[in-house]
Design a protein around this ligand. Sequence first.
Ligand code: ADP
Length: 249
Amino acid sequence: MNAAVEVTELHYRYHDGTEALRGVSFRVAPGECVALLGPNGSGKSTLLLHLNGILPDEPAADGAIRILGESITRENLEAIRRRVGLLFQDPDDQLFCPTVQEDVAFGPEQLGLNESEIGERVRVALAKAGLPDFGHRATHHLSHGEKRRVCLAGVLACEPAVLVLDEPTSDLDPRGRRELKAVLREIPATKLIATHDLELAVEMCSRAIVLDRGRIVADGPTVELLDDEALMLAHGLERPHILRHVHPH
Ligand code: ADP
């Protein structure tokens, strides 16, 4: 069976010479939910931007990234973007329509669905994202947490097979965090979640990958990795409280 995501020896250097990824390899099976952990600047966002072809500027087509078995090329870039929904770290980078309805409808419109199908996708996605009555609202007047949920609705409306989330809970309040987790649990897509929210990682992801300085330094069961204090400290992370009461030291 094809992996949902397969990354092989991925390297990436920004134009200014910064080497952000230095030979990253991993596979994610269909239906898996994997946490991507690592300190700031370790390459998490850079990696995620590769998974739907936003980086590199020109698809490399060297097989370093395969989505559901397919390498990303210029020809299939659009098809890949339909399969891989990416939730950006900053919702302001993602929202660009005046109203919530238009923004969430944008993806389904690109899929060539008819008007009633688009309307239904938008309605269902907004309900899943916890914003059932927000269609008419102006996107630029929303709170940060609401914007984030509109972005999520926009991604969900495309029904992607692979969902890639960059820090989905950063600056959400506890209730927003709880609600987002509940939404994510209901979504059957394969998920890769870059996060500093280690509780989210423990609760949602049975497996974690730890990146540091553009390399994978650990890949295994989330609880096992997070419980390894030496590993956590060596890579700018810490053992989450949620594990402390399990094994008090
Ligand atoms: P993370 O998401 O783990 O915080 P990033 O992928 O954002 O890490 O960054 C990885 C490295 O690439 C860092 O050294 C960062 O400074 C650098 N970087 C990120 N974006 C750019 C850019 N547009 N131009 C140059 N360097 C960048």
